[in-house]
Design a protein around this ligand. Sequence first.
Ligand SMILES: Cc1cc2nc3c(=O)[nH]c(=O)nc-3n(C[C@H](O)[C@H](O)[C@H](O)COP(=O)(O)OP(=O)(O)OC[C@H]3O[C@@H](n4cnc5c(N)ncnc54)[C@H](O)[C@@H]3O)c2cc1C
Length: 336
Amino acid sequence: MSKTLALLHTQADGSLPKAALETLAAAVALGQPFDVAILGTGASAATDAIQGCGAATFYTVDDPAVAQPRYATDTAAAVALIQAAGAELVLAPGTSRFSRCLPGAAHRVGAQIDTHIVALKAEGDTLRAQRWFYRQRILGTFSRAARPWLLLLDSGVFAPWQGAAGKADAQAVAVTFAEDDQRTTVTGVQKPVADAQTIRPDAKLLFVAGAGWTKKQKDGQFHVGDASTLILDFLGKTQASLGSSKSLVDIQGEGQETLSFMSHMNQVGQTGSTPRHPKGLATCCHGEEPHAVGWRFINERRAVNLDPNCGWAQGKADVLYVADAFEVMTKVNALL
Ligand SMILES: Cc1cc2nc3c(=O)[nH]c(=O)nc-3n(C[C@H](O)[C@H](O)[C@H](O)COP(=O)(O)OP(=O)(O)OC[C@H]3O[C@@H](n4cnc5c(N)ncnc54)[C@H](O)[C@@H]3O)c2cc1C
């Protein structure tokens, strides 16, 4: 088997993010000898925290220059770690930090790189990887003869590594950062307040809203304001992730009154995302095939729809509540 390296990074508090522990578990599961390299603040303490993982050697870059996630310094550090380990196969978490810098690092070490890997299997000297193609409709299994080969692993696929801490005796790898590498300074992170950020990949529940929320209701009136309040109240109470049907997000583009917090980023389906949550609840959404295909990784599916013949009733949901979603969600929020 090629010389394998799990390349990880810490987060601002010096701990390893969940995605890094998942990558570590993937490296362990290959059942072959491997090394671990960590860059970022507190890298050396982070190696101690995972000492029991069975890695042969631990490498770190703990330089203040990599305290902030910055393309130039992260790339230089990743190159130094890959070269220090003499790595031929590099497994790394597909975090935003690594997705940004590792393609550059791969170029510098003359490596091939693949992203969104969802499964790995070692067969003798061959590593087979899997990823989805064509908007997650085709699952491909492939291998590469080229070395080095970098693989960025999707999060949420492998269970995070758990095990004993100890004294890892990591080797600190020296990196000479060019002055130019450090001219960019990360001054802070601007992001929506927690409640405004409605896409939450780690949430236990996916709550999907369909176009029905914006349609005339039984009193002949639109109730888009009530719909907004009900949905935001539910999301605030449950911290569920918000998904949408295509029709609902398209309404916004047509300038009609709709849910202001919804964008195409929320769209689930054939031309949208294929999120992974243990449970899903669809409301005012018809459950047509191009939408429901995006639910393939949702284990337990429920839907609320006035129409007993909607798509969810055609075998696409485990439970269909034939009911008014406005009434159901009012009651659910009250119970919560
Ligand atoms: C090539 C192609 C790709 C596509 N890709 C996608 C995709 O990625 N994602 C996607 O979502 N769609 C996609 N579509 C569109 C898809 O076929 C459907 O048109 C769309 O999903 C319908 O959205 P909807 O269910 O929200 O709206 P509608 O079909 O309008 O359904 C609204 C539903 O709300 C219900 N309803 C209304 N009021 C209430 C109430 N008070 N309580 C309960 N239920 C109520 C109604 O009974 C109805 O079933 C694609 C289509 C094509 C052709």
